[in-house]
Design a binder for this molecule. Sequence first.
Ligand SMILES: Cc1ncc(COP(=O)(O)O)c(C=O)c1O
Length: 271
Amino acid sequence: MGTPEPPDPHGGNLQAAARRLGCRPQQLLDASASLVPFGPPPRLRRHLIRALSSDLRDYPDRDYTALRDAIAAWHGLDPARVLPGNGAAELFTWAARDGAAAGLSLLPAPGFADYRRALDCWGGAWRQLPLPLDWSGAGPGPWPLAEAATNAAGSGAAVLWLTNPHNPTGQLWSRATLEPLLERFALVVVDEAFLPLVPGGEEQSLVPLLTDHPRLVVIRSLTKLFSIAGLRLGYALGDPGRLARWAAWRDPWPVNGLAAAAGRFLLADQA
Ligand SMILES: Cc1ncc(COP(=O)(O)O)c(C=O)c1O
């Protein structure tokens, strides 16, 4: 008998689940990956078919200039503050390299497992901050760990990882209660992967604080909003020097040509 596969820390691994259950991946309804249920936009499918003729043969633009410009225009930022990535997950790896170098990371728990994966890549130290598990359900709410995080920062914690809205609880934290934390840590990584999906979410985004806070990094994913998890596309927003450093560390073409074409198309089409 073979060794059973360990449970996957992230859902959405349909192939492994199908192997375990002895069925085809297409026979499973996956409720574990939080993607919009509509499927990729039909106009994007048509665009990608055209992109097969224009974006498949050549290496992608190493600077992803057009994609950066489109993301920067979307957020009203300088393109130097944008770094596209192979999904948000790739960018957590680089955030974690900075985090591991800065010192102890605080991870609200329960929380998204990929931050631990990223920190473990670099031998980064981390500790969990337990979240209270009762809340009114109304959003945006105050971030409940301000005092615990401030105490931890006082005793040496250097990095804070936030998810807004939180995964797995869905809580939306208010910008007003997150902003004071930016002064207390050497690095604050804010994962806003699901923010565009939440009514009123963008009003709580920390993106408008980026220009005044070089220690803040915001990471966004396009895979949830547009149901393109298989394509892999996300981006980091932050200090230009930090993002240039990350770009120099990673491989030359982390975002493939079709994903870059999809990003340019989706962000140019505000509708
Ligand atoms: C909170 C959170 N951030 C980021 C991701 C990963 O995003 P991406 O598909 O862009 O790597 C996920 C995936 O489930 C997630 O739950």
